[in-house]
Ligand binder design. Structure first.
Ligand code: GNR
Ligand code: NI
Length: 166
């Protein structure tokens, strides 16, 4: 495998709900490795398996400047959410568009790592935004769903035009 193809809005496959991972085996670890390769190649700070058409609850993230701090979240569950903050979001599945979205300011969560061990963590800032954005992908939700239908339709038409010309 290696670099995977990233689905783009309005592809209906981005609307699938991802299934719980029952066993973190070599297949999942290969997926995680390929998702990291794909994320770094696309210059993203996160990637959900849904975006590469694998409908399992797997997320990779790296918000570090040096791109040397990969984080893998399998079956993530948010435990607490506090506050609210607006930040400009983009998405590798909605290339070229950035719009403000409101998210919880501080979250705590639990997840499994690539060895299948459960851990808990807290997150805010870009990491917190990114985790909430990626967890939405696992539910078939995109940041454009938080925008007005007018804005969303405009983005949809522009991307469809680009896809037709490919
Ligand atoms: O690379 C990404 N940048 C980003 C910026 C602000 C808020 C969320 C993100 S996630 C995005 C990568 C992506 O689409 N992950 O699903
Ligand atoms: Ni995204």
């Amino acid at each position: 495998m290696g670099v995977l193809t990233i689905l783009e809005f309005p592809d209906e496959r981005l609307r699938h709900k991802a299934a719980v991972v029952n066993r973190v085996d070599s297949g999942i670890r290969t997926l995680v490795k390929d998702m990291l390769t794909t994320m770094y190649e696309a210059h993203g700070v996160g990637l959900a398996a849904t975006q590469v058409n694998v409908h399992k609850r797997v997320i990779v993230i790296d918000v570090s400047e040096e791109k040397n701090s990969p984080l893998c979240l399998i079956n993530p569950v948010i435990l607490t959410r506090d506050g609210q903050e607006e930040s400009n979001e983009g998405c590798l599945s909605v290339p070229g568009f950035f719009e403000p979205v409101n998210r919880a300011k501080h979250i705590t969560l639990k997840a499994l790592d690539e060895e299948g061990n459960e851990f808990e963590m807290a997150a805010d800032g870009l990491l917190g935004v990114c985790i909430q954005h990626e967890m939405d992908h696992l539910e078939g939700k995109l940041f454009v769903d938080y925008l007005s239908s007018l804005k969303r339709e405009r983005i949809k038409k522009k991307l469809e035009k680009i896809h037709k010309g490919r």
